[in-house]
Design a protein around this ligand. Structure first.
Ligand code: HEM
Length: 558
């Protein structure tokens, strides 16, 4: 039987002494990498917006002169540093370990940041400036090679599960080395087909490098969408992705458009298998991963679905445009611009807007997106892309993009700004409330937003303590529980014998006595309050029609 000393003074809840989670050594490097990437994105997007404004007829002079740095800063600055930051934060966690070398991590960061400083100089100091690109390209190669070496060590560790994601993580780093190698070759005079930002280079950067990492994170985070993934199809995805990247790279090196086109078809195949593997188009999510789900989980799930559906749509559209560009050999403004920006802003941008609110708060010492999640940034960002693509389409019959297309740049910049404000505020308000509630003694009445509790019971035969995660609802001073498999549930059979239980909610321990009822009406009343808290669909998914008993725990002084 559980005794009071285990719960301290008997005054209902006292916080159990949980140590503050130690900060991971990769934290600073990750935040540095991500924020530097975002800085380059702002500079690159502003320069792009100025140039787009100029192309659309606005009286802007500076757009064209600064523009040469735009694609460099966006691809080798923003995308490279952002994805590398995600690597440094997630891979050690995925693989239950530490980054092999923090020093090398900083070296890669410094190398790539310096490379982008040279790319920026390239457009600011025009005279004799191509050496800047060569210097930048060599630094990019050094940084990407270091990063690949760390990723190989981490990914080849057996721990961490989700084996289908590992080859994708590897392909991502290999693609960054490939585009850095091609940049070095191009700046050394090797004739790259289509120049520095050819369709092949853009494919390798946005679909090969960023896309492979996105697929890996999507596979590992299906639980955000209360869902699972198809393993065989996930394997097909990385095989097609690998062959596609190989085909694209061979197409550049051998200047063969056939290889490039084959690569594009394989990459589109990988994108479509990814959609099937992570069930993004199915929206029917069996509640397999979370034993409990509140309206907050529902919101996160919907947010993820909306972002990923938009991202997938732009990826497929952009990939088809890329194939047209490769098949025709000439990119009209519409084909070229919509290929690049549908994938760069639509696919990569929407995916970052999707996962960063889930993954970054932890790094900032905040709670997950329990509060502060807004659909504003994703809506504005996609409005910006849509204005862009529709405007580009007009250029099929007009000499230049329509004036109103210049709105697209500022829309994307506003979405980026709003997104940063959202990230900064995610999970913060609740935390503050939680802080003050700890100092002013937590009460059960505040537990509505808490999905899961831990129920500790004594076994019937050996009196040993065992703990189970449970859903719960607090009402009328009682903690109500519903055994998931009804009266045949293990903990229920123990409680029937030993009604003394311990329930831990948000670190607060309650000792109480369990009483159960099988009266249909009473059981239905308890199910009704569960539906109110967890949602009707989830209760149906989780309990099915097995609920034949309800348990209420009386806590002397909640
Ligand atoms: C607010 C966001 C952005 C704006 C307003 C913008 C604007 C532009 C404009 C006006 C062009 C020239 C189009 C042409 O003349 O064909 C361009 C080209 C390009 N942009 Fe962007 N862009 C944005 C975001 C991005 C992002 C996020 C990336 C990549 C991650 C990117 C990569 C490129 C590339 C590779 C080119 C082709 C450069 C070349 O052909 O030399 N852009 N962008």
């Amino acid at each position: 039987m559980l005794n009071r000393s285990q719960a301290g003074t008997g005054q209902g809840s006292v916080p159990s002494t949980q140590p503050k989670a130690a900060q991971r050594p990769e934290r600073t490097l990750t935040l540095l990498s991500v924020s530097t990437g975002v800085l380059f994105a702002f500079i690159g997007s502003t320069v792009g917006a100025l140039f787009l404004g100029q192309l659309s007829g606005l009286p802007i002079e500076t757009g064209a002169s600064l523009f040469p740095s735009h694609p460099f800063l966006q691809i080798y600055g923003f995308i490279a540093l952002f994805v590398m930051g995600v690597d440094y934060s997630l891979l050690p966690r995925f693989k239950v370990g530490r980054l092999p070398s923090l020093v090398l991590g900083y070296a890669a960061y410094a190398s790539i940041t310096a490379a982008n400083a040279f790319f920026l100089l390239y457009s600011i100091l025009p005279l004799g400036s191509f050496q800047y690109v060569t210097a930048g390209a060599l630094l990019m190669l050094a940084g990407s090679a270091i990063s690949l070496s760390q990723v190989v060590i981490l990914v080849t560790r057996p721990s961490g599960g989700f084996p289908e994601a590992n080859p994708l993580i590897m392909l991502s780093s290999i693609s960054l080395v490939m585009i850095s190698l091609l940049l070095v070759a191009g700046s050394a005079g090797y004739p790259l087909p289509g120049g520095t930002f050819s369709p092949q280079m853009v494919y390798l950067a946005l679909v090969g490098f960023a896309g492979s990492m996105i697929y890996a994170v999507e596979i590992r985070s299906v639980s955000f969408r209360q869902c699972n993934y198809r393993k065989q199809v996930a394997n097909l995805c990385w095989v097609l992705q690998g062959l596609g990247i190989g085909g694209m790279f061979t197409g550049v090196v051998t200047r063969s458009n056939l290889f490039s086109l084959l690569g594009a078809v394989l990459l589109l195949g990988a994108a479509l298998s990814q959609l099937v593997s992570i069930k993004i188009l199915e929206l029917a999510h069996p509640l397999m991963y979370r034993p409990a789900m509140t309206k907050m989980h529902f919101r996160i799930m919907r947010y993820n679905e909306v972002c990923m559906l938009l991202a997938s749509g732009w990826l497929v559209f952009g990939s088809l445009m890329g194939m047209v560009w490769l098949a025709t050999g000439t990119g009209t403004f519409f084909v070229k611009d919509s290929f690049i920006h549908a994938i760069a802003i639509g696919f990569v941008g929407s995916t970052i807007t999707c996962f960063a609110p889930m993954l970054l708060p932890g790094l900032l010492g905040h709670k997950g997106p329990v509060t502060g999640l807004s659909f504003g940034p994703i809506v504005i960002l996609n409005a910006g892309v849509l204005v862009r693509i529709v405007g580009d389409f007009q250029t099929l019959t007009a000499r230049a993009p329509p004036l109103w297309e210049s709105v697209s740049g500022p829309l994307v910049l506003v979405a980026m700004g709003w997104f940063l404000v959202m990230i900064r505020g995610i999970g913060r308000p609740k935390q503050a409330a939680a802080q003050s509630s700890v100092s002013r003694k937590f009460s059960l009445a505040e537990s509505r937003g808490i999905a899961e509790g831990q129920l500790t019971v004594s076994t019937r035969t050996t009196n040993r303590e065992v703990t189970f995660p449970v859903w719960f609802v607090v009402a009328d001073g009682l903690i109500h529980l519903l055994p998931v498999n009804g009266s045949s549930t293990r903990w229920y059979r123990n409680v029937s014998k030993n009604p003394g239980v311990k329930i831990t909610i948000a670190g607060h321990v309650y000792l109480g006595t369990a009483q159960s009822t099988r009266e249909k009406e009473k059981v239905k009343q308890v199910m009704d309050i569960f539906r109110d808290k967890y949602g009707d669909r989830n209760c149906r998914n989780f309990f099915g029609d097995r609920t034949d008993v309800a348990v209420s725990v009386y806590v002397p002084s909640p």
